[in-house]
Design a protein around this ligand. Structure first.
Ligand SMILES: [Zn+2]
Length: 277
């Protein structure tokens, strides 16, 4: 990947434009041996757009650890992207990221990266202090059948052609989080408690700038703290082990998604149905 040099003044736009070139080349590389293993990771926010301020959920210290400093959402999303990228690369995926550093990137630029990649799945990563566990959002656009509507999709609503698949992808993610327990392997059963419980997941549909323009099965994954019955934060989004559980669950889900896509392709070798492309 390109070496990223932080400019002294406001030349972010130019920098972003330059970064997009290697990103799209990167995306082309794996196509020779199959398009079904490309995943796009979009670390939301960045540059001037910090997103929310996170890490305020904990009252100060937890289990003797030092006080938690607040951190910008843009840096949590980048951390999640980098960590998930490593896990996916180790599992044979070709990973395309929309950003690798603290740069400005608008919704169209993110979609542009995703749409060059012809991806098996696109994940837009967010973090929040609201709610508990992981919020998975699918575009609220009405599904549109691309086969009857022709090849070309309107840019702002390209996701409409993939909403049905995106809902399936969200369901696979939901299952992965339900099966995730601390320590990684289900059924060990020793240290039962809040930390060992499956990560709570909520599913929703909403308008998703960026994702709404993505021509791939795409979801927004918003990581929130884990809260107890009293709504107090038990595990914050800044918790490294919590992040590990999340990226491991996402990687497991994407492996399942790839398996389903392969199965679909094997049973309908000439059809355009199933997870695309
Ligand atoms: Zn966000």
């Amino acid at each position: 990947m390109a070496v990223i040099v932080k400019p002294r003044t406001g030349s972010w736009r130019l920098l972003v434009a330059l970064l997009l070139v290697p990103a799209s080349i990167w995306a082309q590389a794996p196509l020779a041996h199959g398009t079904r293993s490309v995943v796009v990771l979009d670390a939301a926010h960045g540059g001037d757009d910090s997103g929310g301020q996170l890490g305020r959920g904990l009252p100060g210290s937890s289990a003797g650890e030092s006080p938690v400093a607040t951190v910008a959402e843009k840096s949590v999303t980048l951390t999640l992207s980098v960590r998930l990228r490593s896990l996916l690369a180790a599992r044979g995926f070709a990973v395309v990221t929309t950003r690798e550093s603290n740069v400005n990137l608008d919704a169209d630029a993110r979609a542009q990266v995703a749409n060059h990649a012809l991806a098996l799945a696109c994940l837009s990563l967010h973090a929040t202090e609201s709610g508990t566990g992981v919020h998975v959002f699918v575009s609220s656009l009405a599904p549109k059948d691309t086969r009857s509507g022709g090849r070309f999709l309107a840019w702002k609503t390209a996701q409409a052609g993939y909403v049905t698949q995106s809902l399936k992808l969200a369901s696979v993610l939901n299952s992965a989080f339900e099966q995730s327990v601390a320590g990684g392997s289900a059924g060990s059963g020793s240290n039962a408690g809040v930390e060992a419980a499956a990560i709570p997941v909520s599913l929703g549909r909403t308008s998703l700038p960026g994702v709404d323009s993505m021509a791939c099965p795409a979801v927004s994954v918003e990581v929130a703290p884990v809260r107890g019955a009293d709504r107090q934060v038990v595990t914050d989004v800044t918790d490294t082990q919590y992040q590990t559980r999340i990226v491991e669950a996402l990687a497991a889900a994407l492996m399942e998604w790839r398996t389903e896509a392969d199965t679909e392709a094997a049973s309908h070798p000439k059809s355009s149905g199933g997870p695309q492309p």
